[in-house]
Each structure stands twice: as C-alpha cells, then as structure tokens.
Design a protein around this ligand. Structure first.
Ligand SMILES: Nc1ncnc2c1ncn2[C@@H]1O[C@H](COP(=O)(O)OP(=O)(O)OP(=O)(O)O)[C@@H](O)[C@H]1O
Ligand SMILES: [Mg+2]
Length: 323
C-alpha cells in the first residue's frame, strides 16, 4: 500500500495449495487454476514444491532435463534461473527435481529453514500477478515453507468419504504458521474437487464441507472429469487439452471466482494497513472458528460469482465418463 493506504501495489499474490491428504486435487487445481488465471491475462508462476513433480510434468516439463529446480533454489540458487515457460501463455513454472525429496531432511538443521521458499520467491514474485505453490501430501517442512511464503492457502477437498479427516491437523498447522511465522496468512478458499453428481455421497460431503467452512468454500465445484485426469499425460492444462470439457469450464469458473477474492482492486479505497492477525482459538472442524477465518482478499474485495459462474452443471457427466 502507498503512504495513504489507498493503493495496493502488492505483486505476486502467493497462494499455497495444501492438504496433507494425498490425491485430493492439489496439483490438478494448482496447474489448471494457474492456466485459467493466465488465460484471463494474469502473469502466473507455478511453483512445484512436491518431490513427486506432478505439477512440473503436468505443464510439459521433462524432469530428467531439469538442472535447477525448487531444491536448488531452496539451497540458494538463483530463482530466476530455474523458471521456465509452459505451453500456456502467461504461465511459467519453477519445476522440481527428485532431489527435492531430500530437502525435507536436509532443511531440518538449516538456519531459518521455514522461510527458505519465501526468501527464494522474493526476487521473482514482482514479475507475476499470482504465484501458486503446489505442496506435497504431508505437513512437513516443505508444506510449512509453502505456508510461510504464502499470502493465502487454498485447500482442495475431494468430495469422497473421509473428506474432512485430517483437516483439523491442517488447520492447526495453518494456525501455528500464522502465529509464529506468517501472521498475514489467510484462508484463500476451500475448493471442492472430483464432485460426482451421480452420487448422493458427493452432495453430502459438499454440504458438510460448506457447513464447516461457510463462505470460505468456493461456489464453483470441480466435477470428476476424465479429461482432467488425461490432460497431465499430455503435459498440458485441461484448457489446452480439451478447452470445451466440463473440467475446463469448471476451472475457468473457479479462476474468475478466485480473482474476485484474491485480486486487489487499486481503484477502491481501502482501510489502513492491515494489522497482524489477532490470535484465534485453535480451529478444528466442525468448530465455527474455521468459517470465521479471513478469506484471502483485503476487506471489501470479495465478490460473488456472477450468475452461471458457480457450480458447473453436471449435464455432460455420463457422456464424459463414457469417452
Ligand atoms: N476433477 C477430477 N476429475 C478426475 N480426476 C481428477 C480430478 N482431479 C484430479 N484428478 C486425478 O486424481 C489424481 C489425484 O489428483 P492430484 O494429483 O491433483 O491430487 P494431489 O492432491 O495433488 O495428490 P498428491 O497428494 O499425491 O500430490 C490424479 O490422477 C488426477 O489426474
Ligand atoms: Mg500433487
């Protein structure tokens, strides 16, 4: 903000995608939301902070050829040297190499170990509107680095059994990071993924998540879509693989909604500099503390999705499964 607190000049809004539960759609959401934000004209950097490297391969990076990746950058290499382009215009990636698997242990004894990613991104985040960090399925040091570097955390939740399992632990970790490392960290949104409208279970899980997380849950729901699972095999975000598919439409809707939440609007007067977040009681689903966590944008910047931008109707469900 400027001296009068009226103009937001923050660049590179950093969003960490986190959920220690495996296979819930963290990578799929980071990759496809990133591509859709880029399609909307935003400059986006995707950071692969997972040794599995799915975000890297998902945008066409051949990991065998990567010389400098997130591991090297955390160890002090120049961040700019590690960034490469992707098939999606406006979307760059900081890929990971297998070496990142060792970082969790090697960082343990490092000085300021939780702030390595934040420090590494400082030099490049000004080049981007959004920096999206894909985390591994754990609450270890890599995920803590992602949360420490982030302005907001986005939690993908799969609309399946046990969806809420472990979320209390994730929320406690977020709270701990907020208290000790990154007071500005906001809940940027909860994204419902792999929604299968043919099952009652998906409806029930979505309703339960909305009950616990309230307005933090994005209106846009990501349907289960074969196209979304096929696209990474071609090294492309779904909008380049099958731009008309339901998965592509859903991530486009999510991107528009996310912009409404995350993007500062310079023209709007803002209140004074935000104060560090007040200590909040430890949150644990289904406690309502969860729903009261701020949603990632400065006051007054949230908007509801326009009609038709919410959940993507599942009219093509059967056909797409049949493809
Ligand atoms: N909406 C969807 N419809 C169908 N398949 C999906 C969808 N979202 C993700 N998938 C598939 O589900 C699997 C898990 O998704 P993804 O890799 O995004 O989860 P993750 O949370 O990043 O997993 P991990 O915890 O291992 O990093 C992948 O094979 C992905 O292609
Ligand atoms: Mg992943």
């Amino acid at each position: 903000m400027d001296a009068e607190g009226l103009t937001e000049i923050r660049a590179g809004h950093v969003v960490a995608f986190a959920n220690q539960k495996g296979g819930v759609g963290k990578t799929t959401t980071a990759v496809n939301l990133g591509a859709c934000l880029a399609e909307l004209g935003r400059r986006v950097l995707l950071v692969d902070l997972d040794p599995q490297g799915n975000a890297s391969t998902g945008v066409g990076v051949d990991r065998a050829t990567v010389k400098i990746g997130t591991y090297e950058v955390l160890a002090g290499s120049n961040t700019g040297d590690a960034i490469v382009g992707t098939p999606a215009a406006g979307l760059d990636v900081l890929p990971s190499t297998l070496d990142l698997a060792g970082a969790e242990i090697e960082l343990t004894s490092a000085f300021a170990r939780e702030g390595k990613l934040r420090a590494a991104l400082a030099a490049v985040r000004g080049r981007y509107d959004f920096v999206l960090v894909d985390s591994p399925p754990s609450l270890g040091l890599l995920t803590v680095n992602a949360l420490t570097a982030a302005d907001a955390v986005c939690v993908p939740i799969q609309c399946e059994y046990y969806a809420l399992e472990g979320l209390g632990q994730l929320l406690r970790t977020i709270e701990l990071v907020r208290e000790s490392l990154n007071p500005q960290l906001a809940l940027g949104g909860v994204a419902l993924t792999m929604f299968d409208a043919r099952t009652k279970l998906a409806e029930q899980v979505a309703a339960e998540v909305r009950l616990h997380f309230g307005g933090a849950v994005f209106e846009s729901v990501i349907p289960r879509s074969v196209r979304l699972s096929e696209a990474p095999g071609f090294g492309k975000p779904v909008i380049l693989y099958d731009g008309a598919s339901r998965g592509a439409q859903a991530y486009r809707a999510l991107a528009r909604e996310a912009l409404g939440r995350w993007e500062p609007r310079p023209a709007e007067p803002r209140p004074a500099e935000p104060q560090p977040a007040e200590p909040q009681p430890a949150a644990e689903p289904p406690e309502n503390a969860v729903a009261s966590v701020a949603c990632g944008a400065a006051p007054g910047t949230r908007e509801s999705p326009a009609p038709g931008e919410g959940s993507v109707p599942d009219t093509e469900g059967e056909q797409e499964w049949a493809k």
